[in-house]
Design a protein around this ligand. Structure first.
Ligand code: GDP
Length: 434
């Protein structure tokens, strides 16, 4: 999929445009509150084309002076995007910071489309001509708050997309990525996996632009490891910023079936680990928690149980994720990882027959009667699975407002127990049906 980045000064309306373009793909997704707050990377759609969109405004590095921030944003966009939307404020004209960014973008030779924002009514369109002087061709007047002009802008953007040449992989290939803070051992673990017994590694041809994917095969199953933040060290300044590695992680997560969240047994759990794990959870991918560097711990069943307790306490939102203890360095217990990835991936794509599902729902209703809210009782009629990756279920009820969070959670747990969805989140939505 092609990647589009939005760059521009603070307050030109990057987030507004970002949210407009991303929209809500499926409104039911809103049901699930995420762990992470800021969205800087998401899938967007225009006519029949889907692409990935980056809001570089989310990547700013806090206290840096404006010009430095702008330069970093532009660099991220130039590195990561196929097409760049350069957003300006039509009411303010071209500022010195804009010109600075224009220079960088110009040198990059990436296609740039100029969006002139805050052109809320037609009289303002006079102002557009000055933006030709930036040298990127026709500027597009838009209004983020009114949603005007975006179609023309997107037509132009989509026109620049390169032809996709993803490597052909068999359909049942499992895509996975490794995420974790620097030095948890992501690169080491990838290396160890590639040198495992009976693992066949092959170069991938025609992989997407900047990702370094590795294909491997074990026990007749194909896998692709997707490159993540920190795995390639290219040594640019902005790569050390946290938000930038987050962006790389988000890109990798988006293409994954299974995400391995790496922890470091030696240093223990840190606040940053939780945030990183939250991204995998919010994306609805299958998740495995990998506790690496287990060789540094005086290992016994007891230490493992204790560490597990700590992990469970810190990552309550990942209660479905199995925990694998291993050492990338000594390869101890490494052989347990690939089977765990397979299981999680199978569960992530699992379909439950409607009649079997409803047997479980009816049993659950008998076990724990539905709640009554203000004298009205929740009635559950039937349930059906509407999606996989992750498995998503719609429960038809008399009134969704009566479906209290705790009851939903109860049904979710019943479904989990019945079908063993180890490693994958599942989603449940209540819908009205008379
Ligand atoms: P990344 O930044 O997450 O890719 O981490 P690296 O793979 O570069 O590893 C960071 C450091 O941890 C290196 O010095 C590795 O040798 C070390 N390391 C990685 N895995 C293990 C392990 O299982 N045990 C021990 N003791 N050290 C490890």
């Amino acid at each position: 999929k092609s990647v589009v980045a939005i760059v521009g000064r603070p307050n030109v309306g990057k987030s507004t445009i970002f949210n407009r373009l991303v929209g809500e793909r499926i409104s039911i997704v809103e049901d699930t509150p995420g762990v992470t707050r800021d969205r800087i990377y998401a899938e967007a759609e225009w006519l029949t084309t889907t692409f990935n969109l980056i809001d570089t405004g989310g990547i700013d590095v806090g206290d840096e002076p404006l010009l430095v921030q702008m330069r970093q944003q532009a660099e991220v966009a130039i590195d990561e995007a196929d097409v760049i939307i350069f957003l300006l404020n039509g009411r303010e004209g071209i500022t010195a910071a804009d010109e600075e960014v224009a220079k960088l973008l110009y040198k990059s030779n990436k296609p740039v489309v100029i969006g002139v924002n805050k052109m809320d009514n037609p009289e303002m369109r006079q102002e557009i001509y000055e933006f030709y002087s930036l040298g990127f061709g026709e500027p597009f007047p838009i209004s983020g708050s009114h949603g005007l002009g975006l179609g023309d802008l997107l037509d132009e953007v989509v026109g620049y997309f390169p032809k996709e040449e993803e490597a052909e992989m068999p359909d049942d290939t499992i895509y996975f990525s490794l995420i974790g803070r620097p030095n948890v051992g992501k690169s080491s673990l990838v290396n160890s996996m590639l040198h495992e017994d009976r693992v066949i590694v092959s170069e991938m041809e025609g992989t997407t632009r900047d990702a370094v994917d590795t294909h491997l095969r074990k026990d007749d199953q194909d896998f692709v490891i997707i490159d993540t933040a920190g795995m390639r060290k290219r040594g640019k300044v902005y790569e050390t910023t946290e938000k930038y590695s987050v962006l790389r992680a988000l890109k990798a997560i988006e293409r994954s079936d299974v995400v391995l969240v790496l922890l470091d047994a030696e240093t223990g759990i840190r606040e940053q680990d939780k945030k990183i794990a939250g991204y995998a959870h919010d994306a609805g991918r299958a998740v495995i928690i990998v506790v690496n560097k287990w060789d540094t711990i005086d290992s016994g069943d007891k230490t493992m149980k204790e560490f597990e307790k700590k992990v469970r306490a810190h990552f309550q939102f990942l209660d479905y994720a199995p925990i694998v203890f291993l050492s990338a360095k000594t390869q101890k217990r490494l052989h347990t990882l690939i089977p765990a990835i397979r299981t999680a991936s199978e569960n992530h794509a699992k379909r439950i027959q409607t009649n079997v599902l409803n047997d479980v729902i009816m049993d659950a209703l008998a076990m724990n009667p539905t709640p009554t809210v203000k004298g009205r009782r929740l009635k559950v009629l039937y349930a059906t699975q509407v999606a996989v990756k992750p498995p998503s279920f719609v429960v038809f009820v008399n009134d969704p407002d009566l479906m209290h969070f705790t009851y939903k959670r109860f049904l979710e747990n019943r479904i989990r127990d019945a079908f063993g969805f180890i490693g994958t989140p599942i989603k449940i939505f209540a819908r009205r049906r008379q």
